[in-house]
Design a binder for this molecule. Sequence first.
Ligand SMILES: O[C@H]1NC=Nc2ccccc21
Length: 241
Amino acid sequence: MRVDVVTVFPDYLAALDLSLIGKARQAGLLDLRVHDLRDWTTDRHRTVDDTPFGGGAGMVMRPDVWGTALDDVLGDDGHLVVPTPSGEVFTQRHAEALATEEHLVFACGRYEGIDARVAEHYRASGRRVSELSIGDYVLNGGEVATLVMVEAVGRLLPGVVGNPESLVEESHGAAGLLEYPVYTKPPVWAEHEIPEVLLSGHHAKIARWRRDRALERTATRRPDLIAALDVAALDKHDLAT
Ligand SMILES: O[C@H]1NC=Nc2ccccc21
């Protein structure tokens, strides 16, 4: 998969050189390129934004600069992803869908946003355009959201995560449940013991205990996920463990 990121803060994306995503890049599983939007400006001050039509606070990013940048970077197969607080909320389902794409281009705008004609223009020219929010809180720009989405998508690519099995058991995974509590050595820590069943070696009981804890946690912390639960998948998942 090829991923391009266009931003006025390229250094923000340095975190993608580290850890799993960094290794995926070195292994050639992920071809990630970060571009400075200002490279497509033509004026001496390398201006990328201007005051909003209709008035209001803050600045809006110019469509002409973004247009020349995206015409270069999108190529003929790029799926344009625009992180924005006014987008659909990004979920694991979006990560799974985006992970099947050949080429993603992330356009990082400031919180006030990119001129609305940019997303419209590429949608009208038949491109896939996804405007996605990472949650209902205020950030200053799209870079942090892009880090989140590139990590969520990148780790789903074949070969990136050592044990693909671990992708199934996680929160928001196939079963649609939050992850059960996990424990490791020492068996007693600060007078806290671990649940007996986990020492029993009885795999069916352990699977059932984990499934029950995951259900409990989900019902307590995210009742909204219970409504969407696919019980059939849950049992299939359970049987698989
Ligand atoms: O305000 C943030 N909330 C969620 N997602 C975002 C994406 C880009 C810019 C800003 C945000």
